[in-house]
Design a protein around this ligand. Structure first.
Ligand code: GUN
Ligand code: FE
Length: 473
């Protein structure tokens, strides 16, 4: 898609490598008509002033104000689109009960295309307003509604990877919500891949299809094998849940006689373009295998506090240079914000490294290694996710997509207080990672296109009358 090229002048923060904050102080960002970053100029560049003035004269300059900063757009590496209406509730039971009691009945409602379009529009607006410029979505078993999600992302300008969920095993999936059989699940996935590719035939598509077996417990071997064949044939992304909880891990080991990661590999589902959600219980051998295939992990710390029974060994995975990013896992995670995701990742990691049993001596209490810091957390939510997906976004460099957000520390309702003359740029970045909310996300661009931020809390036009309350059952 052709857009007007423009220049943006201001200070940017990004973490191009894990743990390394780079402050681009008062730089000039040239955004090309193709939506990519054409150049980044430091103030001492001899062309800086001329280019800036030219752009200003022709009305093509975005000048950041005092207290405003440019950040790379956030990347949600694991989110369930149909669970949006359930976000913030129904977290009182373990995963295997939650699926049957709350989640499958909700997801079944997406057979209704009108309902799906209504929810998915709200969802994409809500995520963009929180600064999520790329999302890796699980949709539902319904191909038409899943395709509608891809279309809505394309219309609203969110980079998205969308999967029609496969769940065909009658032993684990209810009659009212499952694929008819393995053959139709695979065939519908195949035609879904083609339909999404047809939606966006550009060279650098904004929306892409994803092969999405929900997790081994909900799929037959025949379906998993068929999906593995599709992954080889189409080379597209794959996503699933791996070793999330005691129950999920043991279920797979009992049924398959080997670990979740190794079983997925046996079905041909572990590729450079696979994202495994959670993976809390993977061992050293699983890590070797995942790494050898180049697959990535979506760490979902908030959801893990509810469903996982353990904390993902993040420091170990990072030391091994595995591909890891952050997922909100809405609605197993109750927050749509990846800034919250950063905070939860830090809290989980700090708890893991310090340990939790006060009666143990300090040296026996926690895991080895340092807890992750805010630069590492932000890297996970941006460049780490982009590397896992193998997409040119997540940090500012020429040739990368201009996926970015304007963070206004002085927005109404901001929780970020900057002390002039006291806070360094590094302090400000830390304050942003620790306290930014949706209220601070003033503008969002995806592939150089500015998103319309709807339903912002400060926007009086978004206040609508509340519908009647649902009834407790
Ligand atoms: N495992 C299988 N399905 C799901 C899901 O919807 N959410 C989470 N957190 N785990 C799952
Ligand atoms: Fe999930």
């Amino acid at each position: 898609m052709k857009r007007e090229p423009f220049l943006l002048a201001g200070t940017a923060f990004h973490t191009p490598e894990r743990g390394r904050l780079e402050v681009l102080d008062g730089h000039l960002f040239e955004i090309g008509a193709d939506g990519r970053i054409a150049g980044i100029l430091a103030p001492e560049d001899p062309q800086f002033e001329t280019k800036k003035q030219l752009a200003s004269g022709s009305g093509r300059l975005v000048q950041l104000d005092e207290g405003q900063f440019l950040l790379p757009g956030l990347i949600d590496l694991h989110i369930h689109a149909p669970q949006w209406p359930q976000m913030g509730k129904a977290l009182d039971v373990p995963l295997e009960v939650w699926l049957q009691k709350y989640t499958f009945p909700l997801e079944a409602k997406f057979a209704d295309l009108d309902f799906a379009c209504e929810v998915y529009s709200e969802l994409v607006d809500g995520l963009l307003a929180n600064g999520t410029t790329t999302a890796l979505y699980f949709a539902t078993v319904h191909a038409p509604a899943s395709l509608a999600l891809a279309r809505i992302c394309l219309q609203k300008g969110q980079r998205a990877l969308v999967g029609k969920v496969v769940m065909d095993d009658p032993e684990q999936c209810p009659d009212f919500y499952r694929d008819r059989d393995a053959a139709s699940a695979v065939e519908e996935t195949r035609s879904f891949i083609e339909a999404v590719r047809e939606l966006d035939r550009s060279e650098r598509p904004l929306v892409q299809p994803v092969i999405t077996p929900r997790f081994i417990p909900s799929c037959t071997d025949e379906a998993l094998k068929g999906l593995g064949d599709l992954a080889r044939r189409y080379g597209c992304h794959v996503q699933t849940h791996c070793s999330e909880s005691d129950w999920a891990k043991e279920f797979v080991e009992t049924r398959c006689g080997r670990s979740d990661a190794s079983s997925l590999d046996g079905f041909g589902l572990l590729t450079r373009h696979t994202i495994l959600a959670h993976s809390n219980f993977i061992d050293g051998q699983d890590m070797d295998l995942i790494q050898a295939r180049g697959a990535g992990i979506a760490h979902c710390p908030l959801s893990n506090f509810y469903f996982a029974n353990a904390v993902f060994p993040l420091r170990t995975a990072l030391e091994r240079q595995m591909h890891v990013g952050l997922g909100t896992d809405v609605s197993g995670g109750y927050s749509p914000s990846l800034f919250d995701g950063c905070r939860h990742a830090m809290s989980a990691s700090r708890t893991q490294q310090s340990g939790v049993h006060a009666h143990l001596p300090p040296q026996e209490r926690g895991a080895r290694g340092e807890p992750i810091n805010h630069q590492e957390a932000f890297w996970l939510a941006t460049a780490g996710g982009a590397e896992a997906l193998d997409l040119p976004t997540g940090s500012f460099r020429p040739g990368h997509e201009f996926d970015a957000l304007l963070l206004d520390t002085r927005a109404a309702a901001s929780n970020i207080g900057i002390r002039q003359g006291e806070d360094t740029a590094e302090d400000i970045f830390q304050k942003i990672v620790l306290n930014a909310t949706r209220a601070n996300v003033a503008s969002v661009w995806v592939s150089g296109r500015k998103s319309e931020l709807r339903g912002r809390p400060t926007d009086p036009a978004s206040a609508t009358a509340l519908p009647p309350l649902g009834r407790a059952s």
